[in-house]
Ligand binder design. Structure first.
Ligand SMILES: Cc1cc2nc3c(=O)[nH]c(=O)nc-3n(C[C@H](O)[C@H](O)[C@H](O)COP(=O)(O)OP(=O)(O)OC[C@H]3O[C@@H](n4cnc5c(N)ncnc54)[C@H](O)[C@@H]3O)c2cc1C
Ligand code: FES
Ligand code: FES
Length: 511
């Protein structure tokens, strides 16, 4: 018999025997009748269903805003889920965020408003330095059909001018006091302080201060107990469906998931770390795109990574989507996969006690065909590091119909390490030009040892053209995609070698 799923919902404890693969949205709206959480697209596109998901973390609770339509019920075990009803004030007045939106006329039909309020609450609960621009970015997954966004932005500016500045100031003062007293204050204490501040400013209701002990009373027994039971674990490995962020799975097979045994990657803390060892960066399979975006370890070697990753879906999706999910989904235009191919990444696959490593580029055998047994999970992605932080040139380009919240027509990444004047290592990948996320191995092999000049670039165009096989589809004709990839590769060179002063209009002179 399946154990019930136990969690906190707003200010109370909940328990359900519902299917672990059902969506949290259905449970919230249909079973509990908490209809403040709206149902729009059910595919992660509109943000109307946004809620907060809080998990125990070093004695406090760490929250993020997520789309409940793509949140499997099983993920709630031992966690705190907060709907818009759960951030209302007890006296019935609007809270600080709601009031700011009202004052600027940022609510018209109101369909999107609960989602916007929850994304903004998540923003104040997570972002280190809450500036206006960060607040705008935090709403990149919330669509409003009525306001035209200007009034929403005015409300954001007012909120950030007051509270963003105060949060940044408070943190600075804390750090100064800590460095005088105890050397360094643990970030867990800061998270607890932040919750207290947000309660004081009427952004959160007071019960938030007592969630951490209540979650530890509930524990995290149900799903974990199933996973760690030895006999069941062996059986499960063969039949289970591995679930990470579920941002592909719940879109592609919502009904099937309700019937299957699920294995939640987010329960494995060790798969959620980013660490550096010697000349390798290890990124756990369960690390989310947003965690990668905010990782100082990754940024040290790839300084523009936050900018590239902001082109992947939206904040509420990035808060759940993982890099291993992107790799195994095997979309020929998966953004993370394309970046990782050009970073020359390896993957580590584990099946019980068996473990094997392989270059990511060897993982793809054909359209959605992988070198992976069903019982294997990706444990980590391993990226070789350059000798020095500045020793690598890397660029990612993506063309899609909309800049944000859209999948690519074509995407490509390139990395080069130079040895004096000559190319020492060269890695180029491209999406949307083959049935798989493509590592252009001939181009990579042929460019090694060459100088970076116009002749080399022309030569690269020729080899690339022989390696790709785009098809005509809704995102463009095969011919358009060939030209587009050539433009983007030229853009790699323009961006990575500004000192060469390549002519930006050169391609216009080509047939
Ligand atoms: C609205 C929206 C926008 C999106 N925008 C983009 C975009 O801009 N760019 C982009 O590249 N993608 C985009 N996606 C696709 C998706 O978000 C990504 O592919 C994401 O990285 C998938 O990760 P996940 O953790 O959600 O995977 P899941 O859905 O949990 O899993 C996907 C597949 O991987 C398997 N899997 C997951 N983890 C492991 C593991 N550790 N070992 C073995 N198998 C595993 C699962 O069994 C499943 O087959 C978008 C999706 C949505 C819904
Ligand atoms: S209903 Fe649109 S994102 Fe969930
Ligand atoms: S106010 Fe109507 S959709 Fe935003």
């Amino acid at each position: 018999m399946t154990k019930p799923i136990r969690f906190m919902l707003n200010d109370r404890k909940e328990e359900t025997a519902g299917s672990t693969g059902g969506s949290a949205l259905d449970y919230i709206r249909r079973t509990l009748r908490l209809t403040g959480t709206r149902e729009g697209c059910r595919e992660g596109e509109c943000g109307a269903c946004t809620v907060l998901l809080g998990e125990p973390w070093k004695g406090t609770v760490r929250y993020k805003a997520v789309a409940s339509c793509l949140l499997p019920l099983g993920e709630l075990e031992g966690r705190h889920i907060v709907t818009v009803e759960g951030i209302n004030r007890s006296d019935g007045k609007p809270n600080t965020i709601q009031q700011a939106l009202v004052e600027e006329g940022a609510v018209q039909c109101g369909f999107c408003t609960p989602g916007i309020v929850m994304s903004l609450t998540g923003f104040f609960l997570t972002v280190e330095n809450p500036t206006f621009q960060e607040a705008v970015d935090a709403l990149d997954g919330n669509i409003c059909r009525c306001t035209g966004y200007k009034s929403i932005q005015r409300a954001l500016r007012n909120l950030c001018d007051t509270y963003g500045t105060r949060i940044a100031q408070f943190k600075k003062e804390q750090q100064e006091a800590d460095s005088q007293e105890t050397n360094q204050k643990e970030s867990r204490q800061w998270q607890a302080d932040r919750i207290h501040l947000l309660v004081e400013w009427n952004i959160l209701p007071a019960y938030f201060k007592d969630i951490a002990p209540q979650l530890s009373e509930i524990g995290d027994t149900g799903i974990d107990a199933q996973v760690s039971d030895k006999e069941r674990r062996q059986k499960k490995r063969k039949n289970r469906v591995v679930v990470a962020g579920a941002t592909d799975l719940l879109v592609q097979q919502p009904e099937e998931l309700k019937e299957q045994e699920l294995y939640f990657i987010s329960r494995r803390d060790e798969l959620r770390q980013i660490r550096q060892k010697d000349n390798w960066l290890f990124i756990g399979a369960g690390v989310t795109v947003e965690e990668m975006k905010r990782s100082p370890e990754i940024e040290a070697y790839y300084p523009r990574m936050p900018e590239y990753l902001s082109l992947v879906s939206s904040t509420i999706m990035r808060n759940r989507a993982t890099l291993a999910g992107n790799i195994v989904n095997a979309s020929p235009i998966g953004d993370l996969t394309i970046m990782l191919l050009a970073m020359d990444a390896d993957i580590c696959l584990v099946d019980g006690k068996q473990r094997r490593e392989m270059p990511l580029r060897d993982f793809y055998k054909g359209y959605k065909t992988l070198d992976r047994r069903k019982s294997e999970i990706i444990e980590s992605v391993e990226i070789p590091l350059p000798r020095k932080e500045w020793d690598i040139r890397f660029n990612f380009e993506k063309v899609s119909r909309r800049k944000y919240l859209d999948i690519a027509s074509i995407n490509t990444a390139m990395s080069i390490r130079m040895d004096e004047e000559r190319i020492e290592t060269f890695h180029l990948s491209a999406g949307g030009v083959a049935p798989v996320p493509l590592y252009l191995k001939d181009t990579c092999a042929n460019l090694k040892g060459r100088k970076v000049d116009r002749e080399t670039i022309d030569y690269a165009f020729k080899v690339i053209d022989g390696e790709i096989s785009p098809i005509t589809d809704v995102r463009g004709s095969a011919q358009y995609k060939r030209k587009l990839l050539r433009n983007l590769v030229y853009s790699h060179f323009l961006t990575m070698f500004p000192e060469k002063n390549f002519d930006p209009n050169y391609l216009l002179s080509l047939p």
